[in-house]
Design a protein. Structure first.
Length: 394
């Protein structure tokens, strides 16, 4: 269907609705180029027959494919193909747009036909008898099988052409037989004239070197011996037999012409089948070789995969070891830093305690100095109260 196609190839139209959907998506609803196909357009033709509207796939000035739809019954849809030009481009347009492939040139009718003949397509076209591929033959797909509208009429149209061809060949055969009969009668009459009256030609200078005619030779029989006469009679009989056989073979050729035509067709078909069978056989052999190569490549891939897995495991283990080593060294660095920090803290604590003790001792020394100064001052005093106070402090 058109909706499932990508824009990397020309679209396929299953029926009239797909072609109409394709036209509706363009700027011009009546005439739109066919994608990826030079000189080809999709054209809306309107009603070409009473009650039937049509869309055509036009290659230059030729409607290669036509899609039809009944105006009153929208579900009644058909299509037709015109393959009478028998060109590769025409076949490609037909195959791309409709997927119709069973086209072949019928040498009897002179038209391109659709369907099987002599098991050409192995019955895959769905037609018991071939039909002419033009716009008088309407087709449609029913569950993947092609069906023909007015099938008997379309088959009879080609059969009438085949009958006319057969009659024409038969008339040619009888005309040839009559010409052969008239020629044979003329030869017999000439022979009788030569035997009875002799040749009426004048003895020209150019005819002197020629062999004498039959009457002259017969007249000389009396001058020859019996052996010579018998020998010449035998030669004459052989010539007559050779001429008769040549005439009979020529007549037999015209008699066997129709049978030879059919035999040639069958022979060509068998040769094509033999060629296809050889191609399939070569394909099977190459396929077996490909399978063997595939098995060898699979084994090698498994071996390489095992090595790759081992290398990946080794790389992963190396990476983990490197990460563990980095983690160990980082932890070791942290431990050393912590030890230095602890030693520094202990040193700081010792220094702080020493400072405290120094401050305490300094305060005690200062107190003692003050006390000593006070006592010295009191010692120098002269009043009894000062002496008593000095004694008490001591």
């Amino acid at each position: 269907m058109y909706g499932n196609n990508t824009y990397s190839r020309s679209p396929h139209f299953g029926d009239f609705d797909d072609a109409w959907e394709y036209l509706r998506r363009g700027r011009n609803k009546q005439n739109r180029p066919y994608l990826h196909a030079n000189g080809t357009r999709v054209v809306y033709l309107g009603q070409i027959e009473q009650g039937w509207e049509c869309i055509a796939l036009r290659y230059w000035n030729t409607d290669v494919v036509r899609w039809y739809r009944n105006v009153s019954n929208k579900r009644n849809k058909w299509f037709s193909v015109n393959a009478q030009y028998n060109s590769n481009t025409t076949k490609k347009r037909i195959q791309t747009s409709t997927y119709v492939n069973h086209l072949w040139l019928d040498k009897v009718t002179g038209h391109v036909c659709l369907g099987d003949l002599g098991e050409r397509w192995a019955g895959s076209s769905g037609f018991e008898k071939p039909v002419i591929a033009d716009h008088e033959t309407w087709l449609k797909r029913d569950k993947g099988v092609l069906k023909v509208r007015y099938k008997k009429r379309c088959e009879a149209r080609r059969q009438n052409m085949v009958s006319a061809f057969t009659k024409r060949k038969s008339d040619q055969y009888y005309e040839a037989m009559n010409r052969l009969h008239d020629t044979a009668l003329r030869r017999v009459k000439l022979l009788e004239d030569w035997m009875t009256k002799g040749s009426k030609k004048k003895a020209l200078a150019s005819n002197l070197k020629r062999k004498p005619g039959i009457p002259v030779e017969l007249a000389k029989f009396g001058e020859k011996t019996v052996e010579q006469t018998l020998r010449e009679i035998e030669v004459f009989k052989n010539r007559v037999a050779a001429a008769r056989n040549a005439a009979l073979s020529e007549e037999q050729h015209y008699i066997d012409l129709p049978e030879r035509y059919e035999t040639t067709q069958r022979l060509v078909y068998l040769q094509n089948e033999e060629r296809n069978a050889m191609v399939r056989l070569n394909t099977i052999e190459s396929y077996n070789q490909m399978l063997q190569r595939k098995k060898a490549l699979s084994a090698e891939i498994k071996k390489l995969t095992r090595h790759e897995n081992a290398l990946i495991s080794l790389e992963k283990a190396t990476k983990d070891l490197r990460e563990k080593q980095n983690e160990f060294w980082s932890m070791k660095t942290e431990v050393q830093t912590a030890e230095r920090t602890i030693r520094l803290a202990e040193t700081i604590t010792t220094i702080h305690q020493a400072n405290i003790e120094k401050a305490r001792l300094t305060s005690e020394v200062d107190a003692l100095k003050e006390e000593l100064d006070y006592l010295l001052k009191m010692k120098e005093g002269t009043t009894p109260e000062g002496l008593v106070d000095f004694l008490n402090r001591l």
